[in-house]
Write a protein that binds this ligand. Sequence first.
Ligand code: I3P
Length: 133
Amino acid sequence: EASPPEEKVKTLDKAGVLHRTKTVDKGKRVRKKHWGTSWTVLEGGILTFYKDSKTSAAVGLRQQPSKLSVPEYTVELDGASLAWAPKDKSSRKNVLELRSHDGSEYLIQHDSEAIISTWHKAIAQAIQELPAA
Ligand code: I3P
């Protein structure tokens, strides 16, 4: 039997609510840390933090969040690196530090170690699967 043609589908890797703040913007340190809570979507090698977590989180469970909310930060994972943030970067627990290819840095945090660990795995895997820049 004939197999269906390969389709290039944009696959959703992971989505959920996370706390995030940008600390460096294209090489320039951001003066004031502004932690915020975002509906966060990992798909197609891009990590997107949406504004207005309540609305987008509620509706995002049923529909494509990208159609419903405005992205606050869009991080291309090609050439990015991810690590647990050193203690001096934040007083919070379970903090990941994401550095993008364009020299921006983000802290990503969740109170649940289990939840942040699944994000760690998913983002690290997405970075690894991308072709080297
Ligand atoms: C900052 C705020 C941040 C904190 C930051 C403070 O104060 O409390 O939450 O980061 O610490 O400066 P403000 O609200 O007055 O801007 P963490 O929660 O990540 O520790 P920092 O100066 O050590 O970055």
